[in-house]
Design a protein around this ligand. Structure first.
Ligand SMILES: NC(=O)C1=CN([C@@H]2O[C@H](COP(=O)(O)OP(=O)(O)OC[C@H]3O[C@@H](n4cnc5c(N)ncnc54)[C@H](OP(=O)(O)O)[C@@H]3O)[C@@H](O)[C@H]2O)[C@@H](O)CC1
Ligand SMILES: Nc1ncnc2c1ncn2[C@@H]1O[C@H](COP(=O)(O)OP(=O)(O)O)[C@@H](O)[C@H]1O
Ligand SMILES: [K+]
Length: 470
């Protein structure tokens, strides 16, 4: 957002006008969603405070009961913020006075994108006070780019930001402090490459069979099974792939696990595959292959991945298929193609990409960089799942639940993604669809969730999405 603003200012756009638009949008947001109560507006020394003064003036015009406090004396304010304080034109009390003053709602306009150090003094005490807070841009105390609090931090019921979402609004831990986030258009022509996952992004592209369709027209997904004692993960993925709509799913099983798989599979077909050579022949009729869940960290998994990446099938690689390349990620990256998907959790991510999560400012940037390095779509799992394409666009999925933190849940996610890719959905979109569907399934189940439960939620979820978009 900063870059877009700077570009705009250099072409002569009036920055005070932008602040007025921002402050007025804040007043509308507050009045519409918190229509009653006495409002304490806490202003900082910079642009965030400026938005606060404009909002206070606009709220007063709406007959709202408003008290304004500022971290610095009004005469110390400069530039647009000084003009905004003049627009308020009424009493500005010192920030400390807010601590004991009667109020119902707090409008937090202390710091936004310019926070440079932890809150201290009255600001720190106000952050710790709690209560009903609405924040402008980000809750004060959150570092916008690092997407985390620097120390004490306001916890908002709602946050209004401008032009586009930023990582702090969707990544953990900062997202948990933002409450509901509203993005106001203030005329800054932002071409954002960060989106929050929602069916609004892809609902109309969710695949469904036409009236005259048949199973072969709905895509063929293959899943590679682990050995005799590690077959469950691949079955979770395979069944989820069928639920997601793939017309055919074939389990490719090592000889020692054939009997186990055969005794557990019904609609999913089964084929014996002893080595990479046989894998090549077995995946000829498939359009996408899932490889990695409980595959084993051994040379045979590595050979299978290399075989898959030299075939015409798209690859969804998870778990062991990633870990087998820990000693030489570069060799792996050379083989990956833009339409392949890798789905690491943080541990697997670190094994492939080293300290990117520490060196990049936040998880979105780290995942973007990873996608660029790997040359494929990367889905980094967690409470906030980030999906990035090698050319930059990123989607963050916050639609999930902590009950998904259970063994095998990631295998189901890979299965849903594979099932969607098999039906012709592009990999990046399929990854976004899959993480939302997976999150929704988890939310519907909640406490007591085990990975086996997830796929059974999909028919209802998919039906309601199709119903909405028919
Ligand atoms: N640009 C535009 O036109 C638009 C911008 N918009 C709005 O402007 C906001 C960005 O404004 P901004 O850049 O002035 O930063 P902001 O967060 O207000 O504060 C920086 C000031 O705080 C100070 N400071 C920092 N940390 C501190 C601490 N812990 N304790 C004490 N002081 C501390 C810091 O001092 P310094 O670090 O320099 O010592 C500096 O003086 C943005 O979030 C949005 O709300 C909208 O109106 C849309 C149009
Ligand atoms: N606290 C959490 N909140 C929301 N989703 C979570 C949380 N913890 C894990 N998940 C999700 O659960 C899945 C776990 O996947 P993974 O770690 O690969 O498990 P497994 O390897 O056992 O299948 C991922 O999709 C992840 O995003
Ligand atoms: K703020």
């Amino acid at each position: 957002m900063r870059a877009a603003e700077e570009k705009l200012f250099s072409t002569g756009v009036d920055s005070f006008k932008l602040m007025q638009q921002a402050g007025n949008a804040v007043a509308e947001f507050v009045h519409a969603n918190w229509p009653e109560g006495r409002i304490q507006v806490l202003c900082g020394p910079g642009g965030n405070g400026g938005d606060g003064f404009v909002a206070a003036a606009a709220l007063a015009k709406l007959w709202r009961d408003v008290d304004v406090y500022c971290l610095v004396p009004a005469e110390k304010l400069e530039g647009d913020s000084a003009k905004a304080a003049a627009e308020w034109g009424d009493e500005i009390k010192p920030l400390e006075a807010a601590l004991d003053a009667p109020h119902d709602i707090v409008l937090d306009a202390l710091f936004g994108g310019g926070l440079s150090r932890p809150l201290e003094g009255a600001a720190e005490k106000l952050a710790a006070r709690g209560g009903r807070v609405i924040s402008i841009d980000v809750p004060s105390g959150i570092h916008g780019e690092l997407a985390k609090p620097l120390g004490a931090c306001f916890r908002a019921e709602g946050t209004i930001t401008f032009a586009a979402l930023r990582p702090a609004h969707v990544l953990m831990p900062s997202a948990a402090y933002c409450g509901g986030v509203f993005v106001a258009d203030i005329g800054v022509p932002v071409q954002t490459s960060l989106l929050e996952n929602s069916p609004l992004l892809w609902g109309r592209r969710l695949p469904q069979p036409g009236q005259g369709s048949h199973k072969h027209a709905r895509g063929h997904l293959a899943v590679v099974s682990g050995n005799i004692i590690s077959t469950g993960a691949a079955r979770l993925a395979g069944r989820a792939g069928l639920r997601a709509g793939a017309g055919l799913v074939t389990m490719l099983s090592p000889p020692d696990a054939i009997a186990v798989n055969a005794s557990h599979l019904t609609a999913v077909m089964l084929k014996e595959v002893a080595d990479a050579e046989q894998l090549r022949a077995a995946i000829e009729s498939a359009s996408v292959v899932i490889l990695g869940p409980a595959a084993g960290i051994n040379t045979s998994t590595r050979e299978n991945v290399e075989c898959l990446l030299s075939s015409n099938c798209r690859a969804v690689l998870d778990a062991d298929a990633l870990t087998v390349f820990s000693d030489d990620p570069g060799a792996f990256f050379k083989q990956l193609r833009p339409d392949d998907l890798i789905t690491p959790h943080i541990g697997e991510f670190n094994r492939l990409f080293g300290d990117l999560l520490e060196t990049e400012p936040n998880k979105v940037e780290a995942t973007r960089k990873a996608a660029q390095l790997a040359g494929c779509v990367v889905l980094l799992k967690g409470p906030d799942t980030v999906i990035a394409r090698p050319d930059g666009p990123a989607i963050v999925n916050t639609h999930a639940t902590r009950w998904l933190a259970t063994a095998g849940s990631g295998d189901v996610l890979a299965g849903i993604a594979g099932g969607l890719i098999a039906q012709g959905v592009d990999t990046f979109t399929a990854a976004a669809m899959a993480s939302w569907l997976h999150g929704e399934a988890g939310r519907r189940i909640g406490a007591g969730l085990i990975a086996e439960d997830l796929e059974a939620e999909l028919p209802d979820i998919l039906s309601s999405l199709h119903g909405e978009h028919l």
